[in-house]
Design a protein around this ligand. Sequence first.
Ligand code: WT7
Length: 650
Amino acid sequence: MSDTIHSVLIEDRLFPPPAAFQAKARLKDLAEYERMYRRSIDDPEGFWGEQAKALIPWMKPFDKVLEWKEPFAKWFLGGQTNASVVCVDQHANSWRKNKAAIIWEGEPGEVRTLTYGQLQQEVMKLANVLSSMGLQKGDRVAIYMPMVPEAAIAMLACARLGAPHNVIFGGFSSEAVRDRVNDAGCKMIITADGGYRRGQVVALKPAVDEALAKNGCPTVEHVLVVKRAGNPVQFQAGRDHWWHEAMQKAPAKHVAEPMDAEHPLFLLYTSGSTGKPKGILHTTGGYLVGTTITSRYVFDLQDDDVYFCTADVGWITGHSYIVYGPLSNGATILMYEGAPNYPDFGRFWDLVEKHRVSIFYTAPTAIRAFIRAGDHFPARADLSSLRLLGSVGEPINPEAWMWYHRVIGGERCPVVDTWWQTETGAIMISPLPGVTATVPGSATVPFFGVDPEVVKQDGTPCGPNEGGLLILKRPWPSMLRGIWGDDQRYKDTYWGKLAHRYFAGDSSKRDSRGYLWIMGRVDDVLNVSGHRLGTAEVESALVQHPWVAEAAVVGRPDEIKGQAVVAFVTLKANAKPDHDVRDTLRDHVAKVIGAIAKPDDVRLADALPKTRSGKIMRRLLKEIAAGGVPKGDTSTLEDLSVLAKLKDED
Ligand code: WT7
C-alpha cells in the first residue's frame, strides 16, 4: 500500500465541475469567471473597489483603492471598519442572529454551539474584560490556546479593540512562546489550563509560566486563562486571571470603534531561511476583503453549508479559513479540538456524518495518513452531506487527490487544491469549483487579481512545462504589509530577489493548458506535514545543546509527512554523552521549538561536508539523507568529509 502513495502517477484526466455541484454554485459560468478575472487584471482598482464595497460593511467608505510604493502597499485608504463587526455584529444584527456560527466538538466528544448572537455577546464581554485590564488599541496580545471557541472569541475581541493578536500554535514550546511574545512586545497572553490531544491533556498554562519565569517576558502584564481541561495550574496573584470569572463581571455591551483599513489586525510568526521566525503583519481592510472573497468563491460558501477546516487557529489557515473568511460570510463552521486519529482514524468522517458537513478542507499529509489507515474508516460513515473538498499546505500528489475525490468525495465533489502562504493572507491559486476543470496535482489557475508567472533565476519567463520560480507580479489586498520590526528583511525576502516581483519561495511550472503546478520550496525551508519549518531554526536549537559542535538540517522525502527532518550533527571533542545522543537531541529540539520540529533522524558525523569556502554542502547531505545509509543507525559515525572530498561542489 505504502508504495502507491508516493509513486508517480501521471494523471492528466480533466475533471470538469460535476453538474449537480455546478447547478447550485455561486459561479457556474466559465465566461463570467473569465470576464471577472480579466477585469481584475486590466482594472484592478476598479475591480477591488467594487468588490470591497460589496463584500464587507464599511463604517467609513474608503476614498482610494490602492497606494503602491513598492514594496509597501496600502489598500482602501480612508476607509474604516472593524473586523469583529464584519465577522460578528453584521450577522448578529441580522436574520442570522440565531444561526450557528460555531459548532464545536471537543476531543472527548462534547458539543457546543454558538449562534452569531451568542458569539457577539462573548466577543463584546471579552472586549470589555480586555479593556478593563488596560489593553488599548495597538497593544499586542499573544493567544496560546487549544482549539476551543474561546480561541476565536479571543481573536475577535482583540480585533474589536484594534489590539493586534499574535496567535502562537499550542504545540510550540515555552521557549518559542517567549521568543514570539518578546519579539512582538505583547502586553497580555490569553491561554488555557490545557486542551485534549489523543486522549491526553496537553497543559498550556505551565508553558506560559515557564516563558514568563525570571522576568522572561517583561512586557506581559496579564494572563487570562480559560478553564478547559481542569488540570491543576498555578496562579500568580495580580497577573493571572480566570477567563470565566472575568467574563462574569463584564458588561454585556460593547461598541466597536472603527479601525483604519490599514490598522494592524494581527501578527503571525512563520519560519524563514534564517534561525529567527518572522512576524508576518496583516492589516484590517485588505485582509478581510481577501479572505471574504476567496471563502465565497473558492469554497462556494452558502448559507446552508456546514464548513469544516481541520487546521489549527495557530496557523494562517486557521486565521483565514476558520475564523475571518467563513465568519465574514456568515457561515456555520465546525471546529474540532483534537487529533484526527482519536479514538481512531475515522474521527473526521464521524464528525462529517454527525454534523452534516458539506465543505471539508484539509492537508495532503492528513489524506495520505488516511489512505494508509484504510478505506474502512470512511466507509463506516455517511459522507453524503459533502459537496466540496479542499486541500492546502503542500503539493497534493495525484494518488492522494484521486483517493480524496473517490473515497471521500464519492466522485461528486470538486476538489480545490489551494496554493497560498502565511504572507499572502488568502488563497492565490486555486480552481473555482463551479467553473474550473481540475487536474489531479495541479492548483490550476490564479484567483481574481492574482498575476503569477514562472520565471528563471534571471527573471525571464519559463516556457510551458519548464520548472522555475513562482512569482507574483503585483500587490493584492490581503498581502502581508511587512515583517514586524524588520522592513529590510521584508524588502529583501519578498521583493528583493527579482525586481518588481513578489518572490514566493516556491518552484512551479505551467503546463501547456496554462495550469500551474506547485513543486515545493526553493529555500532552506522544509514542509513537514504541511507546516513550515526553517532548517536554520532547527540547527540553532541543536547547537544550543552543550554536546553539539555543528549541525546541518535537511529534508528527506517522507511518504506521509511530505518531508521528514534529518539532522547531521558533530559533537564537541569534550562532549561526554551520558544518554542516547539521538534521543537526547531529538527531545532537546522538541523542548526548544516544539514537537513538530523534532528530527526524525539524527546522524552523528566526524565532520560536515563543506566546500573550500566553508559552506555546508546541503545538496550532498540531502542525497545522503534520502539514500542508502541505514536509518537511525547512530553507531556508525559517517565520515562525511571523505564524501565531500569526492564531491567538492555546491
Ligand atoms: C507554503 C506556505 C497556506 C496555508 C498553509 C501553509 C506550501 C501551501 C500549497 C499547495 C503546494 C503549497 C508552499 C507555500 N503550500 N499550499 N496547495 N500546493 N504547496 O502556509 O506555512 O505559510 O506555508 O506552503 O510551499 O510557500 P505556510
